[in-house]
Design a protein around this ligand. Structure first.
Ligand code: DAH
Length: 341
């Protein structure tokens, strides 16, 4: 190893410092450490060669070599721990407090639930209390108590799902809640019974095998058809605003007389459009005065008690309200549809 002058040592240190600074991995630094201060490193060998230089130069050169060695070693070690700390941080997953948080999906009530709640709220306000009944029903409550004799053709209006090997069926309407409540309570009663119903029907844009209904009924000593019209009109005014209503005669085994109620089309105001099929009217519910036989079946005296009842389809009302032309959209749970409500 050629002997180094003080100047050369200074140059060597500068060059080494540059190399240390530009090293980007602990491995590169350990190579540098070997190169300069390792057992056969430049500075180590130079120190070993001290014995060959003149005694008067020896202390100075020796000191310069020593401090160069110590300082380079320190710099290499410091830079190594810096790089190692940075590597550990990345490995652990660096947490940036300034990044915006991860947004998460917040659900909200289904459009049918929203409409259902709104209808229930309006009727509760008019004094109707809420009741429920089972979705799996007996033939008795779904039909017989409601004055459908066995084998009566009116049963065909409700295509029924029967449960295999059992007397039970899926209720085709919420009207069975009438008989269930009548059996347990004495008039006056004013009830709203929302719930899911099932029909064995071909599925298409207008009908589905299940949907939501809301049944309402009021029994008291002096209830008239005029009361029924009044309460339904109050409901549509609260729900739709300024619309007209009309009643058309209809038939249900459990009401006499029976009617269906239409409202003037909420889209065209009655002039005629594709939503109302150019009729100007939309059918929203069936209703009537509770049949005396229904009262007899539950032990109410039809000479004493009068009652009205109505049943409305929540899905149809929601479809009209939001101008949805396919009922299946309510049941497919496609977020692109649901997120609009
Ligand atoms: N239950 C009937 C249906 O599903 C709707 C209905 C009509 C309910 C007249 C009533 C009523 O309470 O009085 O089509």
């Amino acid at each position: 190893m050629a002997l180094l002058s003080e100047g050369e040592i200074g140059q060597l240190v500068l060059a080494a410092e540059k190399e240390i600074e530009s090293a980007s991995t602990p491995e590169e630094l350990s190579t540098l450490k070997i190169k300069y201060v390792g057992r056969s490193g430049i500075l180590t060998l130079a120190l070993r060669g001290l014995k060959d230089i003149s005694p008067e130069d020896r202390p100075k050169v020796g000191q310069a070599l020593n401090s160069a060695k110590v300082s380079l070693e320190e710099k290499i070690d410091a830079r190594t721990s810096e790089l190692e700390a940075a590597a550990r941080k990345t490995a652990r997953g660096f947490f940036d407090h300034t990044l915006p948080g991860t947004p998460y999906f917040l659900g909200h009530p289904h459009p049918l639930v929203q409409v259902n709640r709104e209808i229930v709220r309006i009727f509760n306000f008019m004094g109707f209390e809420t009741a429920t009944g089972p979705e799996i029903e007996t033939d008795y409550y779904n039909f017989e108590a409601l004055n459908f004799p066995k084998d009566h053709p009116a049963r065909d209006m409700w295509d029924t799902f029967y449960l295999q090997d059992s007397e039970l069926l899926l209720r085709t309407h919420t009207s069975p809640v009438q008989a269930r409540v009548f059996e347990k309570r004495k008039p006056p009663i004013k009830i709203l019974a929302p719930g899911r119903v099932y029909r064995h029907e071909a599925i298409n844009a207008r009908s589905y095998y299940t949907f939501l209904q809301i049944e309402g009924f009021y029994v008291d000593a002096d209830v008239s058809f005029a009361d029924l019209k009044g309460v339904l009109h109050a409901f549509v005014s609260a729900f739709y605003g300024d619309v007209k209503t009309r009643f058309r005669p209809s038939f249900f085994p459990f009401t006499e007389p029976s009617a269906e109620m239409d409202i003037s089309c909420t889209i065209c105001g009655g002039k005629g459009c594709s939503v109302c099929k150019y009729e100007g009217w939309l059918e929203i519910l069936g209703c009537g005065m509770i049949h005396p036989q229904v009262f007899r079946n539950v032990g109410y005296d039809p000479e004493v008690w009068r009652g009205y009842a109505f049943g409305l389809g929540v899905d149809r009302i929601a479809m009209q309200k939001y101008r949805i032309d396919d009922i299946r959209l309510f049941y497919e749970n496609d977020l692109r549809f649901l997120e609009q409500f």
